[in-house]
Design a binder for this molecule. Structure first.
Ligand SMILES: [Zn+2]
Length: 293
């Protein structure tokens, strides 16, 4: 991890690994959600990773610059991460033109050899610019917004060989497949036995602090499942609907009758409250360094 010293994402995750807590890596699709996430981090004195999808960069090009402004001006540690970047040319454009701290180089839709080779090459290009890299080892089933669905490929748990291969490819953060899925588990979360905590712990032992572990597929997680994953070694906790759904409920219920400013205020309020609740659950509240006097 040659670029650790000055990279914001790795600084945040290394501090969390040392302090044995998890950090939310939260998707924002629009500026209301971004505002709510940043307010929550400031209110809770918590570190936070802001995540944007590649599709959002195309849909709302200004949002990445807005997020980068928040990263620069916040009084708590924030960073900007691009989730599931699957197109080689788009990745090159992103790292050349946007102030991102880290990128998930997701080549999991290629066969294993090509996945590793492309990951290795792109990781080098990112590192040359001081940008950290996350990769998915094994295959996490399901699709997310604008992300190629791997559901037609055989679901593969992360093997010890996968772990070694991706570490050799130079990545900084590994997102293992331990029974987690992209998409919904149902209202009560993952079924008993669906998540293989022992596999996560074994991966952590094998990694032995060489890379950091990201957990994808956290929709519908109850707090105790999230905390069990953190105890088992997950540090970067990718969250999407888990935080944002409360805002969607506000929109669905009131869009026809409320004014736009009222809808915006209420969405920000409920998403901020939900984010603060999950910062407490993950243990990151209060972990931002003291403000300089
Ligand atoms: Zn994911």
């Amino acid at each position: 991890m040659a670029i650790t010293k000055d990279n914001r994402t790795l600084q945040i995750l290394n501090a969390a690994a040392a302090g044995k807590y998890g950090v939310l890596s939260a998707i924002a699709y629009n500026v209301e959600q971004l505002e709510a996430l940043v307010r929550a981090a400031e209110a809770k004195r918590s570190p936070l990773i802001i995540q944007l999808f590649p599709s959002t960069l195309k849909q709302l090009p200004l949002l990445a610059h807005t997020a980068a402004h928040a990263v620069r001006t916040a009084t708590v540690p924030l960073c900007l991460h691009i989730d599931h970047a699957q197109n080689v040319e788009h990745i090159r454009e992103i790292i050349a033109t946007l102030p991102v701290d880290s990128v998930m180089v997701d080549m999991s839709h290629y066969d294993e050899a090509e996945n590793l080779e492309k990951t290795r090459i792109l990781t080098k290009e990112c590192h040359d610019r001081g940008i950290a890299v996350e990769a998915e080892s094994g295959r996490i089933e399901g699709g997310e917004d604008g992300i190629a669905d791997t559901g037609d490929l055989e679901a593969l748990f992360t093997s010890p060989e996968d772990v070694d291969n991706f570490i050799a490819a130079g990545v900084d953060i590994l997102a293992p497949s331990i029974g987690n899925v992209h998409g919904d588990y149902g209202p009560t979360g993952p079924k008993e036995g669906q998540l293989h905590y022992e596999r996560l712990e074994a991966i952590g032992k094998q990694i032995n602090n060489r890379v950091l572990i990201a957990l994808h597929g956290t929709n519908d997680f109850p707090p105790e499942v999230m905390q069990r994953c953190i105890r088992s070694g997950a540090i970067k906790l990718n969250v999407n609907k888990l935080l944002l759904e409360v805002g969607n409920v506000v929109l669905r219920k009131n869009a026809a009758s409320w004014s736009i400013p009222k809808l915006i205020d209420e969405q920000i309020r409920v998403i901020q409250a939900e984010t603060e609740r999950w910062m407490d659950i993950c243990g990151s509240s209060g972990k931002a360094p003291e403000k300089a006097p």
